[in-house]
Design a protein. Structure first.
Length: 276
């Protein structure tokens, strides 16, 4: 059923005074256009179902699994000027503290679906992490996982980040320790930020997609419990950091033999997320 809602307690500048609401089993969708794109709600539930299969170990308890509010703005201008004030370069935003995600209507639709999957991952994963750890999860882990979950494993090649892996080489990577120390929101060099995102994606892709899922579950649970990276890595994978770096680089070298995409370039596909 389509419901017309008044804005409750606020009327942001340049934003229509009314929203329309639709619901699926797992999302409450607030949208500015009268109608949602055809097949949109079914696609959302397909995304949610696929992600729950991938990340069952970090899913919230049934008692706390309320619907995720999704704000879908009519266009990028309204999105940037709306109540959440996202950065101009972002195309999607997650607010894990209030379990809310937002983006704007855009074409092709597959881009929007990937953004929603990305931001949903942030909401679910940060909630999982902070049930036991009051510190925010590491950026490389949080962003890397969200990028990997933009698509299913069988459709990884449709993801922009996967396509860019083929242009990484061991000659232009951040060392593992540097990658884990950096925070993209504090970086000023656009090329370095782009490299950080692609590299974080490639690391989590290797850990999650190229090894059994329960290895990753064990590794992350140790990190969440406050154990050192070295201890968590050994518990999950029986790797030392040096062994991980060697095996990960070997994977990247294999990927780089099949260069079929354009070189790494700056695109407006970063996703803003930080402690709420």
């Amino acid at each position: 059923m389509l419901v017309l809602l008044p804005i409750l307690g606020f009327e942001p500048l340049n934003e229509p005074p009314q929203w329309h609401e639709d619901s699926t089993f797992h999302y409450k969708i607030l949208h500015q256009d009268t109608w949602l794109p055809m097949g949109f709600t079914l696609k959302l539930e397909n995304i949610h179902s696929r992600m729950r299969m991938d990340l069952a170990w970090c899913w919230p308890p049934v008692s706390s699994a309320a619907k995720i509010p999704l704000y879908l703005y009519r266009n990028q201008r309204l999105y940037e000027n709306g109540r959440f004030h996202p950065p101009a370069w972002s195309v999607g935003l997650a607010e894990p503290g209030i379990r809310t995600i937002l983006s704007f209507d855009q074409k092709p639709m597959d881009n929007l679906y990937q953004i929603i999957a990305h931001e949903t991952t942030h909401v679910i994963f940060v909630s999982y992490w902070m049930r036991k750890n009051q510190n925010y999860p590491p950026y490389w882990l949080n962003e890397g996982l969200a990028m990997v979950e933009q698509t299913s494993e069988e459709h990884s090649k449709d993801c922009y980040w996967y396509q860019e892996i083929s242009y990484l080489s061991t000659q232009n990577l951040f060392p593992l320790k540097t990658l884990m120390r950096l925070e993209p929101m504090k970086m000023n060099n656009t090329s370095a930020i782009q490299l950080w995102y692609v590299e974080s994606y490639s690391l989590i892709y290797f850990l999650l997609r190229k090894r059994p899922n329960f290895y990753f579950k064990t590794f992350v649970s140790y990190l969440r419990d406050g154990r050192s990276f070295k201890t968590a890595l050994w518990a999950g994978y029986h790797y030392t950091p040096r062994q991980l770096e060697r095996e990960w680089h070997r994977f990247l070298n294999i990927q780089s033999r099949h260069k079929t995409f354009g070189p790494i370039s700056t695109v407006g596909f970063f996703h803003d997320l930080g402690p709420s």
